[in-house]
Ligand binder design. Structure first.
Ligand SMILES: Cc1cc2nc3c(=O)[nH]c(=O)nc-3n(C[C@H](O)[C@H](O)[C@H](O)COP(=O)(O)O)c2cc1C
Length: 381
């Protein structure tokens, strides 16, 4: 088998071509205003990383005012967000790379929307031990409204100058809540059998594709991100076998890529997709050599923490300077140069804080120890 190279070009279904196989994964930066508008820290954070990858993805960006999970997170649920997003697209693309908006709705986990608007919506009004508030079940008409919101967000991404969108079907947000029988107890078009639990995801893909075609015509990217398995303490949830069926259905939808957040099932996923779309894995690596190995059963990689530390990851690969890739923060000065928004640092530094940190926080420990150095209060002391 011929191994794909990190620095080899890749062409997507809808006309976009990129010079290397590195994507910067979506990372919540917590740098927007309380209302979700872009502010300077976000422009600096993303602008500083425009050489990190050939495709950069924004933070999870709310398509509905009822879809916000994190405070100070970007939103795209009405046209007032377009001017800020336009500035962001310009910064992200300033070295000729592509930029996508990750569009999301956090459904029953939208705790910031609960604080702002007093209610949250989900597939079903289920009582979960870990969720102390009431969940309002979306009516079937309201589910279709949410589907259209994903389309509206796609149109705004286009108007702001992005190259496409990534549909966020991962990390227990609304799309995954519909897919999982743990949170979806419906018996209508959107629930019941596995096939019906896929309907919300597939309807969003159709809507987003339709809008994308109307807006961009050609030369755009629509991708889909998912979490392969999610089992809860009571054993409820879904496993890889069900996800492979979802992937098979998604691969028939002319997506530009499917991305899976855990790299444990790459071979099975790759064999399911069978070349119908690009498969992007999340390898959890930092060095070029470790990352390269992950292309055995994937077409491309998506890196988060590596791009937090090394803002020139892809550039160094393009130029054959792989050995110069920085894989750890080794000094306070280096940490300070990385342009991490201050709220992002506070959030990641306090895993016991009021807002959930990304899954797999243990991965971040070595990084956080260093960044602690650059925390303003620690520098003063
Ligand atoms: C600070 C931070 C914020 C994140 N925010 C998001 C997000 O908004 N959307 C998302 O899908 N994943 C998010 N993630 C998960 C990453 O995209 C990625 O899947 C995960 O960190 C594993 O990749 P890594 O091992 O390269 O860090 C976030 C990760 C980090 C570190």
């Amino acid at each position: 088998m011929i191994m794909r190279k990190l620095n080899s070009p890749l062409a997507f279904r809808h006309g976009i071509e990129i010079p290397n196989r590195v994507m910067m994964a979506p990372m919540t930066s917590k740098a927007a205003s309380w209302e979700g508008h872009i502010v300077d820290e976000d422009l600096a954070f993303f602008g500083h990383r425009s050489k990190a990858a050939s495709i950069l993805v924004t933070v999870a960006t709310a398509v509905s005012k009822y879809g916000e999970k994190f405070s100070f997170q970007m939103s795209i649920y009405d046209d007032s967000f377009i001017p800020g997003m336009r500035q962001l697209a310009e910064r992200m693309k300033r070295h000729g790379n592509k930029a996508l908006v990750q569009i999301y709705h956090s459904g029953l986990r939208s705790v910031v929307s609960l604080e702002k608007h007093g209610r949250v919506f989900g597939p079903s009004n289920v009582k979960f031990g870990e969720i102390p508030y009431e969940i309002t079940e979306l009516t079937e008409d309201e589910v279709w409204d949410v589907v259209r919101m994903f389309g509206d967000a796609t149109r705004r991404a286009y108007l702001a100058g992005f190259d496409g969108v990534e549909i966020h079907g991962a990390y227990s947000h609304l799309i995954q809540q519909f897919f999982s029988p743990y949170s979806n107890k419906r018996t209508d078009f959107f629930g019941g059998t596995l096939k019906k639990r896929m309907n919300f995801a597939l309807a969003i893909v159709d809507e987003v594709q339709k809008v994308a075609r109307d807006c961009w015509g050609d030369n755009y990217i629509v991708g889909y991100r998912l979490t392969e398995e999610k089992r809860h303490a009571n054993g409820d949830g879904y496993g890889i076998e069900e996800t492979l069926q979802l992937i098979d259905a998604l691969a028939g939808k002319e997506l530009d890529y499917i991305q899976a957040c855990d790299n444990s099932f790459n071979e099975a996923i790759y064999n399911t997709i069978k070349g119908r779309t690009v498969f992007i894995t999340v390898p959890h690596t930092f060095s070029a050599s470790d990352t390269q190995k992950e292309l055995e059963h994937a077409d491309m990689v998506s890196l988060a923490r590596a791009c937090l530390i090394e803002p020139e990851f892809a550039d160094k690969i393009n130029e054959g300077r792989e050995s110069e890739i920085i894989t750890a923060i080794t000094s306070t000065a280096m940490a300070e140069s990385l342009q991490w928004p201050h709220r992002m640092i506070e959030w990641l530094l306090d895993p016991n804080g009021s807002e959930e940190v990304p899954e797999g926080i243990e991965y971040f420990a070595p990084l956080l120890e260093r960044v602690k150095f650059s925390h303003p209060q620690e520098i003063q002391s």
